[in-house]
Design a protein around this ligand. Structure first.
Ligand SMILES: [Zn+2]
Ligand SMILES: [Zn+2]
Length: 681
């Protein structure tokens, strides 16, 4: 039965100023606090209940965070709860703990974080229609059908992780491409399902690359598998969430958002391709799905395994600092399969024709004559334009810090997006005097057409995000490639992930250089990862693979490390550079970003915002900088960077800053904080 707020005011006046007990509710409103509601006599609420409350003119869904709290408000200002929802399981304590942590760490109001983490249907004040949400089919404990017996290396890794079941341990599973990490995951999951427990598996972009899901379904034909990603319809997503939260699903497989699903019997956390940047949420609560997964495992008291061929430098550093244990798979699992041979093509010696060096074209021709497949990889990531001299290789660097300057063509200025320094574009190269200085970092050629004209009759297949968007098209295309109905694949990053093409023996990489001279200090790390991944597509069976990387910087240490498949050497050289330059993981960073109709307003806001809280000496606050693509959808964007070698110092400053901003920021201006940001443009 509902009570109307007017009934409360009929209580004796003497109660008005007495302190009384209430429930504290998290609501999705842009205010960094909880809200007090009274509990009607006929209701029993517990922490974690979803409730309906009146807030202003409308009803909202909330989550009870505290019961029996003492309200500071006069009793007649406190409205009663309108209803308690029991259409979904009560949110468990460890989940609320996770959300409290993420909300505090990533500087986002608790209510927004908690409600935002629920599936769409459970954010609504309407109760869930009981029939509409389909249960996940299958049995709780199902047969396991392994595809292969584990190799000796794989068994050793399996045994090590299995021995940690039942307690928290964080593992870096560092295995070369084709070393069979997935097979180990499957065996571990089988062990977890045998015990009637749940496993959480996070992977990047599973909606675009359905192979992983297929492998899970083949390995566990009867099991209850809940798949979660943002591409699902509301009903399917809510159904999967409920299956996880009720403990029905033995396996929860999803993108980063799956880390936010409650799992009462969670016993294993796996993060595949842990280095992938898509694990970072780029709006609202800007969490790292990978870091959240490790924290979850800690809360659940279970092992977390971060698997990859090319660890992120943060994870690598965590291993060096002994926070994670490293498990290694140094060899490919398939008998006779070796890692491909990687070489560079020096574009200063070989003049490219429409983007292709003669050696690359010859390599494709050789594959065509042998009936083998080639993959032409286009590194399609957009980088901020950097001023470069093609004659001597000079690039414009910042004199105040170790970053490269970004070309802002509209204002004819160079700006450092790290520290905010600014100068005019020089007329000539300061090293060699060349006057033909050009921004480097954009432009992909019409590769497919060039190849079609060059190799008439060859079957060319293009795979990129646009072609993958259409439902089912990617799987159909990949099937054709597997059946050998394609000679040349042209693709972007999307192709680098997890595909296994038996007939593929050559990979050509066209435009790697933009990443080498990028202003983003993570660009080299990402380039190494994507090249190692894409190289990993070649020669996964008996026939050896060959990789050619076209570049103007053949002497770059990245390429020699790549040729040796020496991640460890590469990682060390990168970490040494980052340490010298004062970049993460040696410092901690956060970005404050603002959008306003006019850039000046955004910059002024950022300058003033930084003064709202006093930065302790351990925290460095840089000058604000406009984004390279300043204007998007009628808004102009800028950001400022904050850095500290002490995480607690930075966190303390950020909390003070965000509290002040929630009170003082003008309404017409959009702003947000991004903690551990990975994108600077
Ligand atoms: Zn600088
Ligand atoms: Zn020069």
């Amino acid at each position: 039965m509902k009570r109307l707020p007017t009934e409360l005011s009929t209580r004796p006046k003497s109660l008005r100023d007495r302190r009384f007990s209430c429930v504290r509710v998290a609501l999705d409103v842009p205010l960094a606090r909880l809200f007090d509601y009274s509990l009607p006599d006929d209701m029993t609420a517990a922490v974690g209940d979803r409730v309906v409350v009146q807030f202003g003119a409308r009803q909202r869904i909330g989550v009870v965070m505290e019961v029996g709290a003492v309200s500071e408000l006069p009793v007649n200002r406190v409205k009663p709860l309108l209803a308690i929802r029991d259409d979904a399981p009560r949110l468990p304590a460890d989940w609320l703990e996770l959300m409290r942590f993420l909300s505090a760490y990533y500087q986002r109001p608790l209510g927004e974080s908690v409600i935002g983490a629920l599936p769409p249907r459970l954010r609504s004040v309407k109760p869930l229609p009981r029939k509409s949400v389909a249960a996940v089919e299958g049995e709780a404990s199902a047969a396991f059908v392994p595809t292969h017996r584990l190799t000796q290396d794989q068994s050793a890794v399996f045994e090590r992780v299995a021995a940690s079941l039942g307690r928290f341990d964080a593992f870096l599973l560092h295995g070369v491409t084709g070393s069979g990490k997935t097979e180990i995951y499957l065996h571990l999951i089988a062990r977890v399902l045998e015990r009637g427990a749940q496993a959480l598996v996070l992977a990047p972009e599973i909606s675009l690359t359905p192979q992983l899901e297929q492998r899970f379904r083949q390995a566990f034909p009867g099991a209850r598998l809940a798949v979660m990603h943002s591409g699902l319809q509301d009903i399917a997503r809510t159904g999967a969430w409920l299956a996880a939260a009720r403990g029905d699903a033995g396996i929860v497989l999803g993108t980063r958002l799956a880390v936010l699903a409650p799992m009462p019997r969670l016993a294993l956390v796996l993060v595949d391709e842990e280095h992938d940047t898509s694990f970072k949420q780029q709006e609202g609560l800007r969490y790292s799905g990978r870091d959240a997964a490790v924290y979850r495992a800690k809360l659940a008291g279970c092992p977390a395994v971060l698997g990859t061929a090319t660890p992120s430098l943060e994870t690598w550093y965590n291993w060096q600092q002994k926070r994670y244990q490293r498990l290694e798979l140094p060899e490919r699992a398939s008998p006779g399969a070796r890692l491909p041979e990687v070489r560079t093509v020096d574009l200063r010696r070989e003049t490219p024709e429409q983007g292709f060096a003669p050696s690359t074209l010859a390599a494709i021709a050789a594959r065509l004559s042998r009936g083998e497949q080639s993959l032409i990889f286009i590194n399609r990531r957009g980088y901020a334009p950097v001023l470069a001299c093609e004659a001597c290789g000079w690039t414009a660097g910042c004199t105040r810090c170790s970053a490269r300057m970004v070309v802002h063509s509209a204002s004819r200025r160079l700006r450092c997006h790290h520290c905010g320094a600014e100068e005019a574009i020089p007329r000539a190269c300061p090293t060699c005097g060349n006057v033909d200085l050009r921004p480097l970092g954009r432009g992909t050629q019409r590769v497919e057409e060039t190849l079609g004209a060059r190799f008439a009759g060859a079957r060319i297949v293009r795979i990129d995000r646009d072609s993958a968007q259409r439902r089912g098209e990617l799987s159909r295309t990949l099937e054709r490639v597997h059946r050998g109905e394609a000679d040349i694949l042209v693709g972007t990053q999307l192709l680098a992930k997890g595909h296994d093409f038996p007939g593929l023996t050559f990979v050509g990489v066209l435009n790697a250089d933009a990443a080498l001279v990028s202003t983003d200090y993570r660009a080299a790390e990402r380039l190494f990862a994507v090249l190692e991944q894409v190289s990993g597509r070649a020669g996964r069976r008996e026939r050896p693979g060959e990789v050619l990387v076209q570049t103007r910087y053949p002497g770059h240490p990245l390429f020699s490390a790549l040729a040796r498949h020496d991640f460890s050497g590469f990682a060390q050289s990168q970490l040494d550079e980052r340490k010298a330059a004062g970049f993460p993981p040696f410092v901690f960073e956060a970005a404050l970003r603002a959008e306003a109709p006019k850039l000046d307003a955004a910059l002024r806001f950022l300058r003033e915002a930084a003064r709202l809280a006093e930065a302790p000496p351990a925290v460095r606050v840089y000058d604000p900088v406009p984004h390279v693509i300043t204007r998007i959808a009628g808004m102009e964007r800028a950001q400022l960077l904050m850095q500290s070698s002490s995480r607690p110092a930075l966190q303390g400053y950020l909390s003070a800053l965000s509290t002040a901003l929630f009170e003082a920021a003008p309404r017409h201006l959009r702003w947000h904080l991004d903690v551990d940001p990975i994108e600077f443009d």
